[in-house]
Design a protein around this ligand. Structure first.
Ligand code: EPU
Length: 422
């Protein structure tokens, strides 16, 4: 078990380069099932969730080769099994995205409840409702979910609430369904649009991905996509956003390179409202810590609203802002639990209910031993430890490694005092 030892309180400065988005790369791996030939994916972050997805696909019969530093070639033509490995599936949520393409191609998939970060229940009812509307049957057998279909047919499906992975997997299945599918109240995250863009370049007929209504003309069960160029994973907006928050707290001058500022519009608007001066270029952002940070209320929303994945890092920011801030987490239940540890570091927080908390600031944070509960709260603790005076130990680094490629290397480049130890 590895941990980070962090000595906080020092100013940061320099440049950091953002890697490929976890939540785009994982879905491109899943999409490989729809292709006839091997596909090449560039700018893949070398993170634990990608390694789990690789193992999962290999277990089904795919051949995956790392052909460059961040490039993978995936040949899914040899897939013969459709029962997802129980242990691996339980380790990351994106495993559930494989259901759509496997069901469309093979007519049967079984899997346990998909794992990943634990915040609330994270049900799969939207997946079940969507696939049933496309003609699939669903049952639970021996602790596994089983989806079966003859031929998936196009459907007009409205999501009760927008879901990122459910939108993606239904979109992937609709590519090989019979007839037209319309997905309404779909999630609009940039990773979904990027996924559709690549599928379309390979023969899929998807319109308006990235909006709330996506229309897909199915090619039929026996069709396969043909890739004629590599796909390139878009920059990780959550990694970029986390560095932007860190820079607003601690940097004398921080430049965040190879990012897409337009994907961070909501975060930038919040930081500016709190008194931070953010300079934006076409693919870079520059930020430094202002004299004073002002409290403000935060409400997480689906894209293009404030991302739930930046709620924990932004709450660290709010502990250093003057006044009273309300945090309202609307996307997930139980995504405020890390605040109990944050309070132990000196933050003054009243947790009102599973969705709402009030933060009073500014309060000095002090170093202590903390454990990463999940990917994003784990990184938030690293940010808190860098703000805090003294030494902190962040345990369970595996959770952070699930989503960020060697984060300590990037942090050291901008002067952070952080060390990975066994
Ligand atoms: N929901 C249901 N029923 C379902 C599916 C979702 O009620 O069948 C609810 C969820 O419980 C939640 C809401 O819908 O309250 C939205 O959840 P969503 O399904 O959009 O989340 P997800 O697809 O499971 C993805 C990302 C998360 C990110 C959320 C929200 C991946 C692999 N995961 O999860 O990313 O927080 O969208 O943007 O794409 C992370 O990267 O650390 C992470 C947690």
């Amino acid at each position: 078990m590895e941990k980070f030892i962090i000595h906080g309180g020092e100013p940061l400065a320099g440049e950091v380069t953002i890697g490929g988005a976890k939540n785009h790369a994982l879905k491109l791996f899943a999409a490989s099932v729809l292709f006839e030939d091997p596909i090449t994916i560039q700018n893949v972050p070398l993170i634990e969730d990608i390694f789990r997805m690789k193992e999962l696909l290999e277990g089904l019969g795919a051949k995956i080769t790392k052909t460059g530093q961040n490039t993978f070639c995936i040949d899914s033509s040899g897939i013969s099994r459709t029962d997802l490995d129980r242990e691996i599936t339980k380790r990351f949520r994106a495993s559930v995205v494989l259901v759509g393409p496997l069901l469309a191609r093979f007519g049967r998939v079984s899997l346990p409840h998909p794992g990943g970060c634990v915040f609330g229940e994270r049900p799969i009812d939207l997946f079940v409702a969507g696939f049933e509307q496309m003609g699939a049957r669903f049952k639970e057998k021996d602790g596994c979910y089983v989806f079966e279909s003859g031929t998936l047919r196009g459907a007009d499906f409205t999501f009760r609430i927008p879901s990122v992975t459910a939108t993606e997997t239904l979109m992937l299945s609709a590519v090989l369904a019979q007839g037209k599918t319309t997905l309404r109240n779909a999630a609009c995250e940039p990773e979904i649009e990027a996924l559709a863009h690549y599928l379309n370049s390979a023969g899929a007929k998807i319109q308006e991905a990235g909006t709330q209504t996506i229309v897909i003309e199915g090619l039929g069960k026996h069709a396969r996509l043909k890739s004629n160029k590599p796909s390139h994973v878009i920059p990780d907006r959550i990694e970029a956003g986390s560095f932007l928050i860190l820079g607003s707290l601690l940097a004398t001058d921080l430049r965040i390179k190879k990012c897409r500022p337009e994907h961070l519009a909501s975060l930038i608007a919040h930081l500016e409202a709190a008194g931070v001066n953010v300079e934006v270029g076409p693919d870079w952002i520059r930020v430094c810590r202002p004299e004073k940070l002002t409290a403000l209320d935060l409400k997480t929303r689906e894209y293009p609203g404030f991302p739930t994945d930046l709620q924990a890092p932004f709450s660290i920011f709010l502990t250093q802002a003057k006044g009273k801030s309300q945090v309202f987490e609307t996307v997930f239940d139980g995504r405020l639990e890390y605040m109990i540890d944050l309070k132990r570091m000196g933050a003054e927080i009243t947790i009102c209910d599973p969705h709402r908390a009030i933060i009073f600031g500014p309060t000095p944070l002090h170093g202590r031993e903390i454990e990463s509960p999940d990917i994003r709260a784990g990184l938030a603790f690293v940010i808190a430890a860098l703000v805090a005076k003294g030494r902190s130990t962040v345990h369970n680094v595996y959770q952070i490694d699930r989503g960020y490629e060697r984060i300590e290397k990037k942090l050291k480049q901008i002067n952070a005092n952080i060390k990975r130890v066994e």
